[in-house]
Design a binder for this molecule. Structure first.
Ligand code: FUB
Length: 320
């Protein structure tokens, strides 16, 4: 286990290997002075940095500085939340979560010539986008974007990709839980190429995980990776503070719940990515130990992740 950025507060890591080097795109936490609430108003972040290294366990971590600032995003309201990055045809794309001027979360895209930026934002959010926590997964040249988060992430305000007129809908405890979404990205990487679809997570009996099953249902923080031909959709259960995973046979699912990756950490949120580098798999995540438990001041961590021979992931203790 290693804290990667001991002199600043960084959270929600997305790690990718570009040109043989590992790059991490985190949220940049700050002391906003806003008191903690269930909508996450205290997470009032204003910019992103990117970090890189060539040795995850012992190597020097390079801070490439600010790669995108909220003041340079034409459609910005407030709160730069989780982001992810992707590469295609000589360009790097940063997908980010941000509230617009009407306080509605949307997904934005910024483009750069290098993985360390600087990134220039598009002047409008992705058409038809909503909610938070983009994660981009590439396979055979096709990119898929996963997204969504309930409570402060506003996913409960949408059904069939339309905003609900009466505000929000939370299913009853015995009804299927709200799902993350996935859509193909367009060839130019700037728009959805299809209507977002639900990422359904099934239990051991092939039934959708219910809303009342709070230790297994999706809350936020989607991540997709592939291991030994299987698709692993991993996510946070939010108010029960677990990182879990489910496996499937294609990028859309359905996925079958398989277990816990990380038990609760110090802090409220738990958010991660799983990335292979130089032959080892790593779980990048965050906790609030260095800030003394301040939930809005999170610190980036990495630990090795191991699989059992049947493809299940060995559970990691979060340390709470
Ligand atoms: O960093 C703000 C939000 O906290 C993220 O978007 C969520 O996933 C949670 O980690």
């Amino acid at each position: 286990m290693r804290y990667l950025v001991p002199n600043d507060y960084m959270a929600d890591p997305s790690a990718h290997v570009f040109n043989g080097r590992l790059y991490i795109y985190p949220s940049h936490d700050r002391e906003s002075g806003i008191s903690e609430n269930d909508s996450g108003d205290h997470f009032n972040m204003k910019d992103y940095h990117v970090f890189s290294m060539d040795d995850v366990e012992n190597g020097e971590v390079t801070d490439h500085g600010v790669i995108l600032d909220v003041k340079d995003i034409p459609w910005a309201g407030r709160q730069l939340w989780d982001s992810d990055a992707a590469y295609k045809n000589g360009k790097y794309f940063l997908y980010y979560s941000l509230k617009d001027k009407n306080d509605i979360f949307r997904l934005g895209v910024a483009v750069a010539d290098k993985p360390e930026g600087p990134f220039i934002s598009q002047s409008d959010p992705v058409r038809g986008s909503y909610s938070i926590d983009p994660c981009v997964f590439e396979e055979n040249g096709q990119h898929y974007i996963y997204f969504g988060g309930i409570w402060g992430g506003q996913l409960q305000r949408y059904k069939d990709n339309k905003a609900l007129e009466n505000g929000a809908f939370y299913p009853a405890d015995n009804e299927p839980a709200i799902c993350a979404r996935v859509a193909k990205l367009s060839d130019d990487m700037l728009q959805f190429a299809q209507e977002p679809q639900a990422v359904v997570i099934l239990d051991e009996n092939g039934k959708p995980i219910t809303a009342g099953d709070t230790k297994r249902r999706f809350f936020e923080a989607s991540w997709m990776h592939k291991y030994n031909g299987k698709y692993y959709f991993s996510y946070s259960t939010g108010d029960t503070h677990l990182l879990c995973y489910a496996t499937g046979n294609n990028p859309y699912g359905p996925f079958t719940y398989r277990g816990v990756i990380l038990t609760p950490v110090v802090g409220w949120t738990t958010h991660h990515c799983i990335t292979e580098y130089k032959g080892k798999w790593y779980l990048f995540h965050h906790d609030c130990v260095p800030s003394g438990g301040k939930t809005w001041l999170r610190s980036l961590k990495v630990t090795e992740l191991n699989y059992n021979s049947d493809g299940t992931i060995q559970k990691i203790e979060g340390g709470l």
